[in-house]
Design a protein around this ligand. Structure first.
Ligand code: KG4
Ligand code: ZN
Length: 340
């Protein structure tokens, strides 16, 4: 059994995962109300709030799981990538608890957590599979061969898909965090009423680019008076463009690799339109698609618990010391290494 902490950005979370019984508890506190006033995450405020929230969340998770610290086999925490101050709060607490309880601690790569989140569901995907990782900071197509064995097939050259959702939402005057708000507004928009470019979809390869979408949206906003219908039409246009590109490239990657399973992970994976479209298109070509439940698409500690548990079970331990990394390329990850 592992206890896990997540504090890489603006959600504080704790979870308890049992290797046999599955997920026993997962607790989360979102800081969105704290950051909304500033239109984005303020790193120093995020760190200070993690300090306040994490320990009560740990207590709550253990209580809800009905687990005493003596029953745990390790403590996992997000060691990067993310906001360095925020990461340090979780790392310090996790390491202190592990030390006090005499348990091994393990630092987890946040994106490996996202990639493994679909494995918390039933049925769970098996390796190898294609992964579409779409979060606020990343847009990647990955050939996942095994735990820690990931080959990057293509990524974004500029903005991430979630960032594009957030920036276009801001242009439309929607409050932070924009992605889910834009998706909600898009439901009232008319299909095809505001056609926007599909960056790089017509080009071969598996790279993405989303920065041009902002410019196209600013032009669309200026082109006509903005009433409620027009705003919804633009939101719909943005969502259609992003979903089209993500879907087009993911299907191309399935064709190129010959893989028959697609795993979708990261915050944008919570988008209903993306889920429906991928489900339909994958079914049509006989491929299977796996998503985490929506609450495990966005940041959470359950996915960190799973990545930590899988690595601890295979004998990996993090070296002592408080090392977190703001930047940490996924390609640097390796399969678990046994402690010598
Ligand atoms: O994975 P995540 O929670 O945090 C990162 O590690 O980045 O992803 C957050 C991103 C944000 O850009 C947010 O706007 C986007 O995921 N997002 C969505 C939806 N829910 C979250 N984008 C579109 N539709 C949604 N329903
Ligand atoms: Zn994330």
């Amino acid at each position: 059994m592992v206890l896990a902490l997540e504090s890489s950005c603006d959600e504080s979370a704790a979870a308890v995962l049992d290797a046999r019984r599955g997920l026993l508890a997962h607790e989360l506190f979102s800081q969105v109300d704290l950051h909304r006033l500033y239109g984005g995450v303020v790193p120093e405020l995020a760190s200070r709030d993690h300090v306040r929230r994490l320990l009560p969340l740990v207590r709550q998770a253990l209580e809800r799981a009905g687990v005493a610290p003596g029953e745990l086999g390790g403590v996992a925490y997000t060691a990067g990538p993310g906001l360095v101050g925020a990461l340090l709060t979780g790392a310090a607490l996790a390491r202190a608890l592990a030390h006090g309880w005499g348990l091994p601690a393990i630092g987890v790569h946040h994106l490996e957590g996202h990639l493994l989140a679909p494995l918390l569901e039933d049925p769970a995907p098996s390796f190898p599979h294609l992964a579409l990782l779409v979060s606020g900071g990343h847009t990647m197509l990955i050939e996942a061969h095994a735990l820690g064995d990931y080959r990057l097939l293509g990524e974004t050259r500029d903005d991430a898909a979630g960032e594009a959702f957030d920036k276009c939402a801001k242009l439309l005057g929607l409050p932070y965090p924009g992605g889910p708000q834009l998706a909600a507004l898009a439901a009232a928009g008319r299909a095809g009423a505001c056609p926007l470019p599909r960056p790089m979809l017509d080009r071969p390869g598996l790279e993405f680019s989303f920065s041009g979408l902002k410019t196209a949206v600013s032009l669309a906003i200026r082109a006509q008076p903005l009433d409620d219908q027009r705003r919804a039409d633009i939101a719909r246009g943005v969502q259609e463009a992003i979903v089209d590109v993500l879907c087009g490239k993911a299907l191309r990657a399935l064709d190129q690799t010959g893989l028959a399973a697609l795993v979708v992970a990261g915050g944008v994976g919570a988008n209903t339109s993306l889920r429906e479209r991928l489900q339909r298109e994958c079914a049509a070509r006989g491929a299977r698609v796996y998503f985490p439940r929506a609450e495990f698409c966005t940041d959470n500690a359950a996915m960190i618990a799973l990545a930590g548990l899988m690595r601890l079970e295979r004998g990996e331990r993090s070296a002592p010391g408080l090392a977190v990394r703001a930047r940490w390329p996924l390609a640097e990850l390796r399969p678990p290494k046994r402690e010598p």
